[in-house]
Design a protein around this ligand. Structure first.
Ligand SMILES: *[C@@H]1O[C@H](CO)[C@@H](O)[C@H](O)[C@H]1NC(C)=O
Ligand SMILES: *[C@@H]1O[C@H](CO)[C@@H](O)[C@H](O)[C@H]1NC(C)=O
Ligand SMILES: *[C@@H]1O[C@H](CO)[C@@H](O)[C@H](O)[C@H]1NC(C)=O
Ligand SMILES: *[C@@H]1O[C@H](CO)[C@@H](O)[C@H](O)[C@H]1NC(C)=O
Ligand SMILES: *[C@@H]1O[C@H](CO)[C@@H](O)[C@H](O)[C@H]1NC(C)=O
Ligand SMILES: *[C@@H]1O[C@H](CO)[C@@H](O)[C@H](O)[C@H]1NC(C)=O
Ligand SMILES: *[C@@H]1O[C@H](CO)[C@@H](O)[C@H](O)[C@H]1NC(C)=O
Ligand SMILES: *[C@@H]1O[C@H](CO)[C@@H](O)[C@H](O)[C@H]1NC(C)=O
Ligand SMILES: [Cu+2]
Length: 542
């Protein structure tokens, strides 16, 4: 096994700003023993011997070469969350969906060259290695900023548990879905520091700051406020918005928001910023939820801290439904493909708890779904060919897809769509009856150019409708971004325009080699066989 090497980071930035640059980043992905929140040492996954993994910065038009060496004793992958990989779906980094994964000891280079800008992140997508630390910010600067500001700060927030993900998961599965979840609640890390020990951010009077928030948490929500300051949301997940005033906002797992903050005109006082962590799977742990953290906005060393009046603690979700996309893209219509998904928790035939979005809990097939789509000829348009455990939906090229996702239960979830952003169209209450109606909301619809994003929040007992255009042939995962829920099966697969995909995509050889090394087939149906012969496919729980 390889030892974690020292930091290997080469950034080749072009001397002239307008030239596209090549950005090389090397990650030696490795195990680490860390004590990140002072509650004891645990096994984690980092890169180059470090946690947190430093943010990656690039400018629109640049190409990022992410060189991965796998020093783990299991496979790994890296996904660039929010990056479209339009025409390069094989670089999406999802194990057994778009690739076979990088075997232990191997190297692989992901190429990330988006015509996109904004706030993204990189994370593991093999099992839930993201929850054990394999995550880092990815910032893509605009070539020409849409809004003027003087400087910017990044807050990459994480939740961190004192036990490894798989240990926690075993406890959850053991306890079952009806019992109480084990009380191993998380703490907040802000830019890698324990919540209340975050370094001050410095403001100069009358300047404007862009502050980016990335929720890289495994499971939990954050609410953010900067009492005493005016905040405007200007970007959500790589989509510029018409500036929208807020005094607080939420970011769920996988979500990102940029705000523009105006500094005060004097340095008479310093201020607090406040970041609250909501423990979604442990909401019953009274006194421990939520957890309040704060840090300093420093105008002048040792200036007194202004005591802002408290902001009402009205835990909601981002006001994306009220917002408008800056580019004015109108509501996509008419809908040509409607997909209704219902969240369910069930004990299935295997006696274990599962979370479902379709008919079955998502489980990996024996052939990555992308390779099935590429090798099954005309049969690739039949969702059955991918195997029932992929919960596949086949979309026609240029379909206007509406997903209506119901959460007739609790807790809240965030769902991430790979390869696209979607328009947020509508929120409302489900028809299911909750014991506590306080979480239900009135129907709210978008008006004007709907805001787009790649990760939605659906609150307990509510539904959400989103729309996107199927204009990027590929195989795109749609899944709950809460690691515990994804592990229990809360995902479906969108196979978009497979016949066009077969004509357009040439998967690089190295991806086939990664499969061969692990004896994973690269052709055939979801079981790796011809036609509808599913011999060898493990039975799916029903
Ligand atoms: C993989 O390495 C980790 C960390 O050293 C160790 O805890 C684990 O038992 C190893 N697993 C296998 C299958 O060797
Ligand atoms: C992986 O890359 C490192 C340098 O980053 C090199 O030393 C090593 O030989 C490579 N390993 C394989 C299996 O290609
Ligand atoms: C962080 O500090 C604030 C202010 O001292 C305190 O109220 C809060 O409880 C602390 N948070 C945690 C999780 O310890
Ligand atoms: C922000 O946090 C500080 C320190 O914990 C606390 O004193 C203050 O009341 C909080 N402000 C708001 C508006 O919640
Ligand atoms: C709830 O039920 C009513 C009456 O059956 C129906 O019209 C409506 O579409 C349902 N709403 C949702 C969100 O399913
Ligand atoms: C919630 O709504 C249902 C249906 O309208 C009603 O029967 C129930 O009493 C309500 N529960 C509470 C706690 O208000
Ligand atoms: C993908 O590329 C095609 C062709 O350039 C373009 O029409 C489409 O809008 C793109 N879709 C996404 C999601 O990037
Ligand atoms: C189905 O696939 C299995 C495994 O590849 C193979 O052994 C078997 O002959 C196939 N059955 C038919 C009817 O082709
Ligand atoms: Cu979930």
């Amino acid at each position: 096994m390889f030892l974690c090497a020292q930091l290997l980071l080469f950034i080749a930035s072009a001397a002239i700003a307008c030239l596209a640059a090549r950005v090389d980043v090397s990650w030696d992905i490795c195990y680490l023993h860390v004590n990140r929140v002072g509650e004891g040492t645990r096994l984690a996954i980092g890169a180059n011997g470090k946690l947190p993994i430093p943010p990656v910065y690039m400018t629109r038009g640049d190409t990022l070469y992410l060189h991965v060496h796998n020093s783990l004793n299991v496979s790994t992958t890296v996904h660039a969350h929010g990056i479209f990989q339009n025409g390069t779906v094989y670089n999406d980094g999802t194990a057994m969906i778009t690739e076979c994964s990088i075997p232990p000891g191997d190297n692989h280079t992901y190429i990330i060259a988006p015509e996109q800008e904004g706030t993204f992140w990189l994370h593991g997508h093999y099992d839930e290695d993201n929850a054990d630390g394999l995550r880092a910010a990815l910032i893509i600067y605009e070539k020409e900023p849409i809004v003027d500001y003087d400087a910017e700060y990044l807050f990459a927030v994480e939740d961190w548990y004192s036990t490894e993900f798989i240990e926690r998961m075993k406890q959850i599965v053991h306890t079952g879905i009806t019992g109480n979840l084990p009380i191993t609640y998380s703490r907040a890390l802000i830019n890698g520091d324990l919540g209340n020990f975050t370094k001050p951010i410095k403001f100069e009077p009358s300047k404007k700051y862009r502050i980016r928030f990335i929720n890289m948490a495994a499971t939990n929500w954050f609410k953010i406020s900067m009492p005493g300051h005016k905040m405007q949301i200007i970007e959500i997940e790589g989509v510029h918005s018409v500036p929208y005033d807020v005094d607080q906002f939420d970011v769920g797992p996988g979500q990102r928001i940029s705000v523009l903050v105006e500094a005060k005109d004097t340095d008479e006082f310093n201020y607090n910023y406040n970041i609250t962590l909501y423990l979604i799977d442990n909401s019953f742990v009274s006194g421990a939820n939520p957890l309040y953290y704060s840090g300093l906005i420093e105008y002048r060393e040792n200036a007194p801290v202004y005591q802002s009046p408290p902001i009402e603690d009205n835990y909601q979700w981002a006001e994306d439904i009220n917002m408008n996309a800056f580019d004015g893209e109108p509501l996509l219509e008419p809908v040509t493909r409607k997909i209704v998904l219902n969240y369910q928790q069930k004990i299935l035939s295997d006696g274990l708890p599962h979370y479902l979005l379709g008919d079955h809990p998502y489980q990996s097939p024996l052939v990555p779904t992308l390779f099935t789509a590429l090798t099954m000829g005309d049969l690739a348009t039949d969702p059955a060919i991918y195997g029932p455990q992929t919960v596949a939906y086949v979309l026609d090229h240029m379909d206007i897809v509406e997903i209506e996702l119901h959460n007739p239960g609790s807790p809240d979830h965030t769902f991430h769509l790979h390869g696209h952003t979607f328009q947020i169209i509508e929120y409302g209450p489900t028809n299911a009856t909750s014991e506590d109606n306080s979480t239900e909301i009135a129907v709210r619809k978008s008006a004007g150019a709907p805001m787009r994003r790649d990760t939605l929040m659906v609150r307990a007992w509510n539904y959400v409708k989103v729309r996107f255009r199927a204009d990027s042939p590929g195989v795109w995962f749609f899944h709950c971004h809460m690691s515990t829920h994804l592990y229990l099966g809360l995902a479906v697969t969108f196979v978009e325009a497979p016949l066009l995909l077969q004509k357009q995509i040439q998967v690089p050889d190295e991806y086939y080699k990664m499969c061969q090394k692990q004896s994973i087939k690269t052709s055939g149906n979801g079981a790796g066989n011809a036609g509808y012969n599913f011999t060898g496919l493990p039975p799916i729980p029903t």
